[in-house]
Design a protein around this ligand. Sequence first.
Ligand SMILES: [Zn+2]
Length: 280
Amino acid sequence: MKKIFITLFIFFVLIFLVPHDVFAVVSTQKDTIKILLVPGHDDEIWGSQYGNLKEADMNLVLATKIYNILKKDKRFKVYITRDVLGYTTEFTNYFSFHQPEIISFEENAKKNMQDKINNGSFVKKIEVVHNKATEDVALRLYGINKWADENKIDAVIHIHFNDYPRENTWAKGIYKGFTVYMPEEQMVNSKESTKLAKSIFSQISKKYIPSTYEKELEGLTPDQSLIALGSNGTLLKSVKSVLIEYGYIYRFGNSLARHQMYTNMANLTFSGLKNYFFGK
Ligand SMILES: [Zn+2]
């Protein structure tokens, strides 16, 4: 009896003696994983189009599905750049109130990169030709990167559907399949982003075929020029980023099939994220 009493006594003394910051350490370890979802393009410049189907709208439907799944999982804190009403208040305000800083962020980044290219510490590569972002669009994308750096985002997922350069975009094209773009190996956030990209790729490829477009290198494509991936060193090492082209827009003309695809893609993307951050 005495022994039990002494043990209990020691136990309580220990509990009171444990410094509070021990608990603080435990709680930071449990910090949520911050994900930023970027449904590509917007209502003004909507990316590719097939008939009445606009890419920006498809991107938003899929991004919103992923958002809703992530929101239910307490291990994640999820952000999104726009909803049905346009850019969210957070991003509308950020773009307008911080415009001068975003401009200098972009200019400095480009200057630093040019210095690196000139002194040979960064080698420019030829890759898939993307439609060059207009100045406004580029500024917004750099703004999103700056925001992601400042808000310690763990992963940015850019959501797109694509097309390839061809004349008659009202007709169906010949390529099919999805592609996950990831930062090229010289970029600071490349290593972890590549692991994340592979994790998502392996999930999506359970149900869908990777791109048959030879320039997309079988669906897992390194790229150094997409701003979304942190081109010109604009994403920190800790900010993983991938840009997913979920498929060729002309393949999703049927609305029933399209909605089934959204659900599948959202679930597969979530599994890829979850496996990367928490293991299988
Ligand atoms: Zn796009």
